[in-house]
Design a binder for this molecule. Sequence first.
Ligand code: 5AD
Length: 361
Amino acid sequence: MIRNEYARIIDELFPDANDPAVVDAPEEALVRLLESDDPDENALLFGRAAAVRDAHCGSRMVVRGLVEFSSYCRNTCFYCGLNRANRAAERYRLSADEILESARLVDGAGIRTIVLQSGEDGYDASELARAIRGIREHYDMAITLSVGERSREDYALWREAGADRFLLRVEAVDADLYRSLHEGRELSTRLECLETLRELGYQVGSGVMVGPPGQTTSHLARDIRFLASREFDMIGVGPFIPHPDTPFGGAKPGDVGLTLRVVALLRLVTRNAWLPATTALGSMDRDYRVDALKAGANVLMPNFSPVEVKKKYEIYPGKRCVTERTGACAGCTEGIARAAGLAIDWSRADSLKMERRLPAT
Ligand code: 5AD
């Protein structure tokens, strides 16, 4: 049943699907919407979010090919299976030529964005630049990097080599919560990296996990306010999934319903950010990616890592599609879009926020 107070908050904050973004939604109102798991109230929230997505982004799902090119990591993030203290993790690193081979498969599937992701490997900057130049030269596709915190010089080198976009989740905007998830790391470093990436002209994506130990709905409300205010081009959100070989191995997984509400609220506050239905949402007791698309998400990232390394990139256990032939995930794409009632957009789909950032002429 939809309570009056709930409907009032939604109507006041988000009156019409065509309205511009609400970057300063109050924390208490967001908490209230995050905390209700009433099915009717959630249906109202998700329906509004889907309508806003359709009005501001079109009724479409865009596709990005993901290539996980290194599982080495120098960090010890307590939630992540790739953290360097996990001796059980098998490590691998693809060369620039192997990355190019993956790009060929992405291209063959008709996908016009490649996402190159790795642990915080000290991957050789010039080798990655070589891969970027190779992709630029041979294929017509946007290049997104997701390799964590690096120096301004490295970010600049890759930008010059032809990288267009960068994903760096902030993970938590509360400095204490951030510290409790990342041993020896500081939120300020992460914020500086995000700033640098923007200055260098990358389209920048960020995001958070839902449900790691110590996170409250008040934290999430502040994360949402932060993500909206920084005008990120893309925002990825997925549930925390405990990995047995990490310090958080015994913790409870993140709540799927809460994750979907975070996605829906991000849609309502950002209007035109690209929001993926993340692999983590596809890797729970069942696949919730269609649910995310029905709650305002509009991006799918099928996995194009070589099949022999796929299962070694184990951020969390139970990751979807790790045994499928490379590129087979692209086949699911059509079924997922159809189930969500969305058309597939195979274009490179650059940021919908870029025009707003161009200097006035
Ligand atoms: N469960 C869910 N998501 C995780 N990530 C890392 N470890 C986990 C986990 N155990 C997310 C982080 C990271 C992204 C690549 O994956 O948010 O930024």
